[in-house]
Design a protein around this ligand. Sequence first.
Ligand SMILES: Cc1cc2nc3c(=O)[nH]c(=O)nc-3n(C[C@H](O)[C@H](O)[C@H](O)COP(=O)(O)OP(=O)(O)OC[C@H]3O[C@@H](n4cnc5c(N)ncnc54)[C@H](O)[C@@H]3O)c2cc1C
Length: 447
Amino acid sequence: MALPTHVKYLVIGAGIHGLSTAWHLAAKLEAQGKGGGQNVLVVDKTAIAAGASGIACGVVRNNYFQPAMRELMAQCVEVWESDPKAFSYHPVGYMQISPESMHADVATIYQQQQAIGYDSTFIEGEAESMAYMKGLFSDWQAKGITSVLHEKKGGYANNTASIYGLAKKAENLGVRIVTGLKVTSFQYGHNSAAVTAVETDRGVIGCDQVVVAVGPWVSQLWNLLDLPRSVTIKGRDGELHHDIPMWRYWALEEGTLGVDPELQKTNDGKMPPVIHVDTDAPLHSDVDGSLITDKLWGIYYKPDFNFGGIQGGAMPYKVDKPVEEVEIDPYGPESPEFIVDDNFAHMWCSALAFCQKRFEGQIGKYKKEASGGLGCFTPDSFPVFDRFRENVYVIADSNHGYKMIGVGKLVAEELTNGSSRLLEPFRFSRYAEGRLHPVSHSPFPWS
Ligand SMILES: Cc1cc2nc3c(=O)[nH]c(=O)nc-3n(C[C@H](O)[C@H](O)[C@H](O)COP(=O)(O)OP(=O)(O)OC[C@H]3O[C@@H](n4cnc5c(N)ncnc54)[C@H](O)[C@@H]3O)c2cc1C
């Protein structure tokens, strides 16, 4: 099919954000009598779900120390709940199980969840935490735990199935999705900074508005748009910190223990919540008892029929290279560089055994298939949702984003109606103005 020569809204990227934006944009335009899906084109250089959204673990949670993140996440959970079947969403809940060094942070999260009406239970004290966990899993044995936050909402969704569900919703409203089409540069107006057209490897498409939703490739599109490669940040100390790189990469480490997912059922035979454990208790090998770490560490896991076992991950690591030298393609499991190795399998399976006796001696069942992938992070590891060059909306989620299915709804509101209170704390100007989000004691860069 021929490419259109001009569209009103051109969305780059067919992942969670591009497709959610396109779907909601089509619905808004129709509701406002301003057109509909026929005004929206989504392009992707590879395929639907070819990026981070298609390999995400799929965890949906509210557990964030930053009030703005929590409010945004509550809105996103509502979108997941609006059609669980289409999004392949499993609302099993989520548990943050923490050591004393994180107790106060998580207590704050709980209090604020109560304030916004987000259903959760908070257990404090070592013995109380152990009793609560044993009430769910009789073989619970994790040490160094002094609080448990049990979010009754959230859970996880099946990665590619949910993205296809979104694509279907967008296409049902008339949105066109063209795959195998790569955006290679932008054309600008004579007297303005605004983009008038995108150049692709199959021709030029004129457009009124552009939405950049390219996940880990955001640093490339950012450069094509000639946006600043470094920023000045006004720190909490009131000082200006210059030349901070705008982007950096972290490699996410995830894998699957190839056991029957039903092995992880709760004492009463139900599918369990997603488990996230952080602890500073020493972690020893489940193979030979050697010390793996005596520093703060964390893992997360869930039974998942889609992955065929107990799937989850551990803390990511920073990619120690200038952004321009990071090989993003081939992405995900196809990458020769950013996939997990035996060290991950050893640590993660030992950590599972540390938490629950049922996982002791199971490392031999770890699935030796390529897994893991890159995420592109902002200077403070929180999202940037903002307009640039007059008509370019950038959705850069700093790798928080599979769970953020509702961001596209808010972006669509901003593109058609004005501004969204929930997105306001994520503007690019926060760096220069020093409107930074509070930082937690979690060992993960996105909590
Ligand atoms: C291993 C892993 C596990 C994760 N687990 C979770 C989780 O459990 N929960 C959670 O909330 N988040 C998770 N994340 C983060 C989450 O997956 C991402 O933040 C989110 O999926 C990003 O969505 P996106 O739509 O911005 O980008 P993507 O899903 O990456 O989609 C971007 C698309 O843009 C296309 N594209 C790129 N460049 C161009 C171009 N020049 N022209 C045209 N198209 C282009 C790509 O082909 C791709 O399909 C995980 C990430 C990874 C890597």
